[in-house]
Design a protein around this ligand. Structure first.
Ligand code: NAD
Length: 244
């Protein structure tokens, strides 16, 4: 028996980075886990991989229903799927604003709406959203991304208030810069990726990036019965970036 035995979890954006680390960690602790992703091809057992686009309501609804059928119910929803955008407000056209808000913010709304009827039947219902330190820090050249994560933070608090009486807890994690394929893609685009990575590490209070497993550990805690009295919280996993 491990801590999450008998619990059933869905992780959006669970085929890479923080989501994959979270799905694996939930499974390692005994949960049955389905990953919903645009590209679930690389997801292997015991995880159940399902194709879904969180920017498409019908796609998310269908995938959540499929996951519930495969897992036998739903206790934990991790809303992790997200995309980035680089630039100031002068650099991102309206269409890009609509696209990022659609995935990062409305993606959470759609997946949670689809999950709520099932979560109401659970005695350990928890939603955890992957937010960002960008929700409360003015990161340069990330206006759109920060605005989307600011909305995720507000949404987390409002959803926590709306569903606390139903026994559904809602929290979020605020990662700092985490070493995931997303960040590797950004570094690879630099002129000298190695030098860029060294400079990025040097900017972190810990002298290194946060790992995907470290963020996953925080998500798993918030999703677990150990956090039964924790709701409406943002847990920073940022290597001291905001506090120091
Ligand atoms: P990643 O690119 O490695 O993984 C993101 C996953 O989400 C991918 O598997 C992708 O296919 C999936 N995805 C993207 N759009 C989707 C959609 N419309 N529908 C379904 N799935 C979709 O990224 P990551 O670094 O692991 O980031 C995961 C989350 O963590 C994001 O919400 C991101 O904003 C947040 N975050 C990341 C960092 C970081 O430094 N890596 C820091 C703070 C917050």
């Amino acid at each position: 028996m491990t801590g999450l035995s008998g619990l059933r979890a869905v992780v959006t954006g669970g085929a890479s980075g923080i989501g994959l680390a979270t799905a694996r960690s939930l499974a390692a602790q005994g949960a049955a886990v389905a990953v919903l992703d645009l590209d679930p091809g690389g997801v292997s057992e015991p995880l159940v991989g399902l194709r879904a686009d969180v920017s498409d309501d019908a796609s998310v609804r269908a995938a959540v229903e499929q996951a519930v059928e495969r897992l036998g119910g739903l206790d934990i929803l991790v809303n992790n799927a997200g995309i980035g955008a680089v630039g100031s407000i002068e650099d991102n056209p309206d269409e890009q604003w609509h696209r990022v808000m659609d995935v990062n913010v409305l993606g959470i709304v759609r997946a949670t709406r689809a999950a709520l009827p099932h979560l109401r039947r659970s005695v350990h219902a928890a939603v955890v959203n992957t937010c960002s330190i960008g929700a409360t820090a003015g990161l340069p050249q990330r206006a759109l991304y920060c605005a989307s994560k600011g909305a995720v933070l507000s949404l987390t608090l409002a959803m926590a208030a709306d569903h606390v009486r139903e026994g559904i807890r809602v929290n979020c994690v605020n990662p700092g810069t985490a070493d995931t394929p997303w960040v590797s893609r950004l570094l690879d685009a630099a002129e000298d990726p190695e030098a860029e990575r060294a400079a990025l590490n040097a900017r972190q209070p810990l002298g290194r990036l946060v790992t995907a497993d470290e963020v996953a550990a925080a998500i798993v805690y918030l999703a677990s019965p150990a956090a039964a009295s924790v709701t409406g919280t943002a847990l920073a996993v940022d290597g001291g970036m905001q506090g120091l």
